[in-house]
Design a protein around this ligand. Structure first.
Ligand code: DX5
Ligand code: ZN
Length: 223
């Protein structure tokens, strides 16, 4: 993920594996890659930070050799410090931790030292002020537009304003803004205008009959 050229001109689409058919993960990943996805969003949940358990480093390791997509690991876990190395070794390109679970910001440096891009995420109820100190230390800010834990939830409109605020704070930093939760045709245009660069879409892509059409429709709405 080359950020040196500044922010990507085009919107990046990141289907969330959480909404894929877990009985056919390899084929599902190949399908969305062929369908034009840019990233693959892996929702890692520990049943403690969020009331759900999903996947671990083994899944990232299994998928790494079969895809060229950026593997974007969203750690919804209470002890992210335990999972940076294992996901980096498994082949993650981006590792995002939650500010609500980060004991201190040195974890962001640890992610970069492990060879990955570092992201910080904030839940809908968490104010932007909570991540202000991290903005100079990250490659990505992940704005949750649903309460984390499940796919297919309703988009929370307040996220648009939050993205506008963070985009204004970008200044000389070159972090990407990613939005996650309930993203679809009805809101992706507003989200792009607000300043988002990367769009996680679980049910809007994997829930679609034709994933290629879903991805191209979503992308069309970001231009
Ligand atoms: C929720 C996850 C999201 C979710 C997105 O905790 O972080 O990535 O899977 O799924 P949709 O796009 O269906 O809301
Ligand atoms: Zn996610």
């Amino acid at each position: 993920m080359n950020l040196s050229k500044g922010l990507p001109a085009k919107a990046l689409l990141a289907p969330s594996l959480l909404s894929a058919d877990f009985a056919r993960l390899g084929e599902e990943v190949r399908e969305v890659e062929l369908a034009g996805a840019d990233w693959l969003h892996l929702d890692v949940m520990d049943g403690h930070f969020v009331p759900n358990i999903t996947l671990g480093p083994l899944i990232a390791q299994a998928l790494r050799p079969i895809t060229k997509l950026v593997i974007d690991c969203h750690l919804m876990v209470s002890e992210p410090e335990k999972w940076i190395e294992p996901f980096a070794r498994a082949g993650a390109d981006v590792i995002t931790i939650h500010t609500e679970a980060a004991k201190d910001l040195s974890l962001l440096q640890k992610i970069r030292a492990a060879g990955c891009k570092a992201g910080i995420s904030l839940n809908p109820a968490t104010p932007v002020s909570e991540i202000e100190k991290a903005l100079g230390l990250v490659d990505l800010v992940l704005v949750m537009s649903v309460n984390p834990g499940f796919g297919g939830q309703k988009f929370m409109e307040g996220s648009i304003q939050k993205i506008e605020t963070i985009a204004k704070m970008r200044g000389s930093h070159s972090f990407l803004i990613e939005v996650d939760g309930g993203v679809g045709l009805g809101n992706i245009g507003k989200l792009r205008k607000a300043g988002a660069d990367v769009f996680v879409a679980g049910s809007a892509v994997f829930g679609a009959k034709d994933r290629a059409v879903a991805i191209s429709e979503l992308r069309k709405n970001t231009q």
